[in-house]
Structures are given as structure tokens and as C-alpha cells.
Ligand binder design. Structure first.
Ligand code: MG
Length: 250
């Protein structure tokens, strides 16, 4: 009863405060909420899927000078094709020489026109960030496998929202925003990372939290902070092709 009486007394006061606030806001100059600094850097956006002027081009179709063979540490020697693409050679994955933190990555890929194998054995490769977190590359066009292992999955961690796959033999695009997990110098994780992925222009991973490293068996683990933060492309035994690879540091 007392509570009710207090409520009745406070109500007009509350409305008065709201009205005063609205009046005060009306008197505010619009300039008060304008921010003029910092001024965003002027860059040249790329036409279609081409890199913007501030992007780092990792593969433009001419050579693999930015890549090494992950198994041997020697210069990467995947097959360079006349059409400006490269194809997995059966001698191990390749990784960038440069290391990267959080990035926006564009990459195009194509699984073989001739269908061989099924499930995880058909057109399998993968884009690994910091050699630790895989966005799956797979022929997922009429090819059933576990959902958290199909194309555009965060492998064994997150199922894509939809299957936006094109048929084998057609070029497909990934545009990926990777926010790196934060670790301290002792290897304790301070903050989990995240993935946002567009597959052929369609949002398929929407700010998904990264649980830990990609593991084929068992659960995600903490990342070994000694692992170089290189971008890595997987050799899973299938002749998958890639082209037009570029990224922007975030
Ligand atoms: Mg894979």
C-alpha cells in the first residue's frame, strides 16, 4: 500500500523529468553531436572483387612469392595455371611468409569439375587463419557431410547459416572478417576471436565466436602462441584451385 502511494507520488515527477530532458534536447545545437576527427583515410575501392588500394595482395595469378610450403619451408610450388589461378599440388599445404592479426580476407576457390569422392573427400581444402582456425573449403553442392564440416563452416565449430555453394567447376568467393583471439605472453586467452563469413556474397557466419583451434579429433584447444600467425591453405589431397587472394589488416 505504501509502495503504491510512493509510486503515485513519483509518477508526475518522472514525467516532468522526461519532458525537461526533451526540451533540453530540442535546444541543443546539432553540431554538439558531430565528430570531425579522426578523418577516415581515403582509399580506392576495388572494382568487382579486386583489391582496394590499401589491400595486401597475396596472390594475383602470377607467382607464389608470398608463400612457402608448410612442410618443407621451401618456396611454395603449387601449380600456377594460365588463367591466373593456382591449384593444390600433392606436397603439403602452403602458408604466407608474412604474419597477420585481424584481417578482412577475400579469396576465390573452385573445386574440380570432375566429381571424385564423397563427403569430406570431395574438393576438400581449407583457409586457415593464424594456422589455427579453419574456414572449410569443400564441394558442398549436392554432397552430404556433417553440417559443421561443410563448405563455409568454421570447421567442427559452427554450421553455416545457409548452403550458398555453386556447382563444382565454378568459381566461388569467400569474404571473411577475422577478429583474432587475444592472448597474453604466457599463452592465457584474454578474449575469444570471431568470424564473419560471406560465401558468394551471402552471409553465412554472423560474428561467430571462435571456440579455439580447429581440431579434427576432439574439442577446440587454446592456441600455441608460438605458432606463426600465417594464413595457411590446406592440401587435403584434392586438386582445389584458388585465385585473387588479398586481405586488409584490421
Ligand atoms: Mg578442409
Amino acid at each position: 500500500m505504501i509502495n503504491h502511494t510512493i509510486q503515485q507520488m513519483i509518477k508526475p515527477l518522472f514525467f516532468l523529468l522526461v519532458t525537461l530532458q526533451l526540451l533540453a534536447q530540442k535546444k541543443m545545437k546539432p553540431e554538439l553531436t558531430e565528430l570531425w576527427e579522426p578523418v577516415p583515410e581515403v582509399i580506392q575501392p576495388g572494382e568487382a572483387n579486386n583489391p582496394s588500394s590499401d589491400a595486401i595482395v597475396l596472390f594475383d595469378g602470377t607467382d607464389l612469392s608470398k608463400w612457402i610450403n608448410s612442410s618443407t619451408g621451401q618456396p611454395a610450388d603449387w601449380i600456377i595455371n594460365p588463367d591466373g589461378s593456382m591449384t593444390v599440388k600433392r606436397d603439403g599445404g602452403i602458408e604466407t611468409i608474412e604474419e597477420f592479426g585481424s584481417v578482412q580476407l577475400h579469396i576465390e576457390w573452385k573445386t574440380p569439375m570432375e566429381i571424385n569422392g564423397k563427403g569430406q573427400g570431395r574438393g576438400n581444402s581449407g583457409v586457415y587463419f593464424q594456422k589455427s582456425y579453419e574456414i572449410q573449403v569443400l564441394d558442398s553442392y549436392n554432397n552430404v557431410t556433417y553440417s559443421n564440416g561443410q563448405a563455409a563452416s568454421v570447421y567442427k565449430q559452427s554450421i553455416p547459416l545457409v548452403n550458398a555453394s555453386k556447382p563444382p567447376g565454378e568459381w566461388q568467393t569467400y569474404d571473411i572478417i577475422f577478429n583474432e583471439p587475444k592472448y597474453d605472453k604466457k599463452g592465457h586467452r584474454l578474449k575469444k576471436g570471431s568470424f564473419t563469413v560471406f560465401h558468394n556474397g551471402v552471409l553465412v557466419q554472423n560474428n561467430v565466436e571462435i571456440q579455439g583451434t580447429t581440431e579434427y579429433r576432439g574439442y577446440p584447444k587454446l592456441r600455441d602462441i608460438k605458432t606463426p600467425k600465417r594464413l595457411y591453405l590446406q592440401d587435403h589431397g584434392n586438386p582445389v584451385s584458388f585465385r585473387n587472394i588479398w586481405l586488409r589488416k584490421l
